[in-house]
Design a protein around this ligand. Structure first.
Ligand SMILES: Cc1cc2nc3c(=O)[nH]c(=O)nc-3n(C[C@H](O)[C@H](O)[C@H](O)COP(=O)(O)OP(=O)(O)OC[C@H]3O[C@@H](n4cnc5c(N)ncnc54)[C@H](O)[C@@H]3O)c2cc1C
Length: 376
């Protein structure tokens, strides 16, 4: 089998791996990005027309990472000449404890946010039902997912990275602290570092190589709904219910945003059936889809609940929904993005590139911080 010596191999050409390759190429690091499927594939978690961007988290680690990503999305837009982030504003309602936590952190950091009473919110966004006061974030918006992945790969290649699609990694063998062999069906790479950003396939590829927490892979099924008024403006939105609350719906609350011509995307969060990513049916589970339509009829009257197109996509969720971003020997890991990783992508690319030169990632994402769960 032919072999190539290279500084860093990145496994996985979804959003995270592509961002790592972009950041490594920017630093002049000899990089090869290996993706098993073709460009624009829909088998993972990074495809489609929309993802919510927001800096609204209660945990400062996430807020600071999102703020860095906000700057880097702009840099990538300039570098690639693509429009990736559309600021639409965002609004959350429900779970007062959760929202109070977010408002508290945003106030501490001096970040823009505003409480609105239900009438004010309903006047601004008549397409959404508001049952109480809501928290508004002017800098939230919509990321164009497909265009972002494409821009990252194109900029990585322009910076000197080799981007190879339809190239499946079949094994990763650590030789020592600074040497690893990455094998594909017909080639071998000898590298100083390997970044494994394999999404739903992370546990399969990293078993025995890195101390991952349990990661649950689910097939999520949001849908695009046809808006009743095609000219209406839509924020990104979250409707959160206290799980023990009297009207807590079976599948919990929803997130939503406009996906432009494709309609308004609405979905439950992390409630899809558990799947093996290599054996999926890409088909919406009917009972949950009907529950989503019922939910939309009540809470999102601005769309036609019967005019919908289901979407299929994977979540890879850790027990506490915190990411796993860390290094062990020559292996750098990016896993467990738990359905909320896209907004941070360019900043996570920076974290991964830093880890290849032995800089630490935030403690919250470390193997150690996840290991406590196993003990439990
Ligand atoms: C329905 C849905 C809605 C979401 N909404 C939001 C949102 O609004 N805001 C937000 O911030 N986040 C959101 N997310 C989460 C976000 O999309 C993910 O966190 C992110 O896309 C994860 O990227 P990834 O690169 O880790 O995974 P993936 O995109 O799945 O990439 C992994 C890649 O690795 C490749 N691969 C796997 N094994 C191999 C191998 N052996 N060899 C070579 N290549 C391999 C796969 O083919 C794949 O392309 C959402 C996710 C879903 C599913």
């Amino acid at each position: 089998m032919s072999a190539t010596r290279v500084d860093t191999v990145v496994v996985g050409g979804g959003a995270m791996g592509s961002a790592a390759a972009w950041q490594l190429a920017r630093r002049g690091v000899e990089t090869v990005l290996l993706e098993r499927f073709s460009p624009g594939h829909t088998n993972g978690a990074s495809h489609g027309a929309s993802r919510i961007f927001r800096t609204s988290y209660a945990d400062r680690t996430y807020v600071e990472l999102a703020r860095e990503a906000e700057r880097l999305w702009t840099e990538l837009e300039h570098e690639s000449g693509s429009d990736l982030l559309t600021v639409t504003g965002g609004v959350d309602q429900g779970s007062t404890t959760h929202l109070a936590g977010i408002a508290g952190t945003l106030a501490e950091l001096g970040l823009p946010h505003q409480w609105l009473d239900a009438a004010e919110a309903a006047q601004r966004w008549p397409g959404i039902t508001f049952a109480g006061r809501a928290l508004y974030y002017p800098n939230s918006g919509r990321l164009h997912a497909d265009d972002a992945v494409h821009a990252l790969q194109r900029s990585a290649a322009a910076g000197g990275a080799e981007v190879r699609h339809e190239t499946r990694v079949i094994s990763i063998d650590v030789r020592d602290e600074n040497s690893v062999i990455v094998r594909t069906d017909d080639h071998e790479y000898v590298a100083r570092r390997v970044v494994v950003a394999a999404g739903a396939w992370a546990s399969k590829l990293l078993t025995g190589l890195a101390p991952l927490p349990p990661i649950t892979v689910t097939q999520e099924q949001p849908a695009h709904f046809v808006p009743r008024d095609p000219d209406a403006s839509w924020p990104s939105f979250g409707i959160l219910h206290d799980p023990d609350g009297p009207d807590a719906p079976e599948f919990g609350g929803v997130y939503g945003l406009s996906s432009g011509a494709e309609g308004v995307k609405v979905g439950f969060h992390g409630t899809g059936p558990v799947v093996d990513p290599d054996h999926r049916d890409f088909t919406a589970e009917p009972r949950q889809l009907a529950a989503l339509q019922d939910y939309v009829r009540r809470w999102v009257p601005g769309v036609d609940a019967d005019a919908l197109t289901p979407i299929s996509c994977t979540y890879a969720t850790t027990p506490d929904s915190n990411f796993v971003i860390d290094r062990t020997g020559p292996v750098v890991v990016a896993a467990g993005f738990s359905g909320h990783g896209f907004k941070f992508v360019p900043a996570i690319g920076r974290l991964l590139a830093d880890l290849t030169v032995d800089k630490d990632a935030p403690t919250l994402f470390s193997f150690r911080s996840h290991s406590a769960e196993k003990v439990v």
